[in-house]
Ligand binder design. Sequence first.
Ligand code: CAA
Length: 264
Amino acid sequence: MEKVREAANTSELLVEKRGAVAILTLHRPQVLNALSDSLLREVTSEMEQLDQDPGVRVMVLTGGDKVFAAGADIKGMAEASSAQMQISDRLANWERIRKISKPIIAAVSGYALGGGCELAMSCDLIVASEKAVFGQPEILIGVMPGAGGTQRLTRAIGKYRAMEFILTGSRFTAQQGMEWGLINRVVPPELLMEEAMALAEEIASKPPLAVRLAKEAVSWAQDVELGEGLLKERQHFYKLFDTEDQKEGMRAFLEKRKPNFKGK
Ligand code: CAA
């Protein structure tokens, strides 16, 4: 395993590379990985750099055993005014994460609450340990989700369930999340990274341009009206016929051999 760097001189975010997979680990254990402005900025800018790195095809975002992330840093915003919150526009980072073109897998153990749950839901797939606990407890501290929770949780698990969790601040388990369609896989805690890496490596072995356009197209299913989504999907599909990987993939199938994808 190659440890690429400790992101931008902080030890709150660790970045490692294993083959074509980059692993980002939130590491602020003293406050349960609370997402301060600076940690969130690190996560965003590291993801943007890795998105440009041709050696990286998939990212895995994880936290610790006890906690993925316990939400936005309450200390950092407890006394803020509405104007200060808007001027600092801390939530703008989330829009940048949404624009990352490579697949991101959240590997979640322990608490994924508030902004932590929203961060997991900003990823494209979620692998969770049996010990993972999800929720949007903002209502308990006088606010509401502000980084996508009302939209993403509702789209993933349905209006009535999401309404209950967001209005009561109660939590749900990884197993429940999987049954409701939010979580891809639930595994024993000791197998979390193994499972997330296996999924990441499988996706990393696929033609990167097709993966990238397919990720974007799947996201449209939630973001745009069906007719527009279908039209955009078709355009992406046609685009892939300009790539060497499409020729290689189809020729390899016909020649009954394994394809050698180059990301071109
Ligand atoms: N922000 C800042 N500090 C936090 C924090 C947070 N979100 N979550 C935990 N901490 C700190 C605690 O203050 C505590 O610090 P001290 O040791 O200095 O007292 C330390 O982390 C350990 O926390 P606990 O003692 O509370 O640990 P616990 O095991 O008893 O409980 C927990 C764990 C249930 C996750 C509990 O810490 C908790 O409820 N945290 C807050 C969760 C929350 O409300 N998140 C939503 C934040 S708002 C948000 O995210 C807005 C948005 O949509 C963007």
